[in-house]
Design a protein around this ligand. Structure first.
Ligand code: ZN
Length: 361
């Protein structure tokens, strides 16, 4: 069997995940039974029309999982540890040339910032592949104190944003911060830089993500640590999140739990956190609500940025707390800045979590 034949069969097996699409495609390339055996000898893959070859590439090289680059620069693997079968790409120069665009266009890619920043890394992978359509840059941590700052770290990481915006095929990008300190320090700065060049707006579906609207790509800034910790505290999903946590999530969750402890035990909270919670003394038990986020998506984005900043300030001194000014919770019935409680009683009830303790009276 020829190399192309073997690679194609591998690719077809790979594509068999998309059985329905594949079978419709396969039927369109099935040779008519009426065709003579002599004719069949003349059929080769490269003899197919280019458009048909392109469709085959798109099916054969499409992977459901996000692909990430492992140690070998030219290999891509799926998140569960299996190396993606891209053998088709190395069958011939022509096929490589034709198929590579399709491969980059139809897949989602995950790239660690550590592999592209070349401030210290002497052997970085080539910069972000120009043909990528969807990319997620994880471990975002721009260096600012190196003697030589790389193009991506330039202007506190704004270099990466500029690079992404200029990528010709890019449709969607996420920049994932795993550390609350980076997120709190850099996000306002990056947004400010963006605002000098572009007219942007913010949006968010949940705490921990910020979508930047108005650019030619869809750009999200993510803080999964905050997202995970917040939902764990707000919705009591600790066990579920504990198993699939991101690196900084445990720190973040401990931080929130520490604040809950302060609230429950001493009836106080950091002054700077008051805008994020709602204390309600009208009921028999006093409740400081963390659950629920603003219904307005712009406000949710602002909320994420502001909360990350406040948490950052509180924990920057390792919880020591001379820098934290505490405030009594009692009597703080509502918060004007984040009105989380504009809900029916039933909806509220579903959201109330934590910060509950029995009143002494
Ligand atoms: Zn760098």
């Amino acid at each position: 069997m020829s190399r192309i034949g073997a690679a194609l069969i591998g690719a077809m097996l790979q594509a068999s995940k998309n059985t329905q699409e594949w079978s419709s495609l396969a039927s369109s390339v099935t040779i008519s039974e009426r065709q003579s055996k002599a004719d069949m000898k003349d059929i080769s893959f490269l003899g197919l029309p280019p458009e048909l070859r392109l469709r085959i590439y798109e099916h054969a090289l499409r992977f459901e999982s996000t692909l990430q680059r492992p140690v070998r620069p030219n290999a891509w693997c799926v998140f569960d540890g299996y190396v993606a079968n891209v053998a088709l790409l190395s069958t011939s120069k022509l096929i490589h040339k034709e198929a590579k665009d399709a491969f980059y266009e139809v897949n989602k890619f995950n790239v660690s910032y550590n592999t592209i920043c070349y401030c210290e890394n002497q052997y970085p992978y080539p910069p972000l592949e120009q043909r990528l359509g969807v990319v997620r840059v994880t471990n975002f941590f721009p260096r600012i104190e190196e003697a030589q700052i790389c193009n991506f770290c330039y202007a506190s990481g704004y270099g990466l944003l500029e690079h992404l915006i200029d990528m010709p095929k890019l449709r969607r990008a996420s920049i994932v911060f795993e550390d609350i300190f980076n997120f709190a320090d850099y996000t306002p700065e990056l947004l400010q830089e963006l605002a000098t060049e572009h007219t942007t707006d913010l949006s968010s579906n949940e705490v921990g993500t910020v979508q930047v609207l108005g650019l030619k790509i869809q750009l999200s800034l993510e803080l999964p640590a905050l997202q995970g910790a917040w939902s764990a505290l707000a919705r009591g999903e600790k066990a579920r999140h504990a198993r699939h946590g991101v690196p900084a999530e445990n720190t973040m969750r401990r931080a929130l739990e520490y604040l809950r402890f302060e609230a429950n035990t001493y009836d106080r909270t950091a002054v700077t956190l008051l805008p994020f919670f709602v204390a309600d003394n009208a009921q028999e038990t006093r409740v400081l609500r963390t659950g629920g986020i603003a219904t307005d998506s712009k406000m949710r984005a602002d909320f994420t940025i502001a909360l990350a900043g406040v948490m950052n300030d509180i924990f920057a001194d390792e919880g020591g707390s001379d820098s934290v000014t505490w405030a009594e919770i009692e009597g703080k019935k509502e918060c004007r800045r984040w009105e989380f409680c504009e809900k029916t009683k039933a909806e509220r009830q579903a959201r109330i979590e934590g910060f509950i303790y029995e009143d002494d009276d």
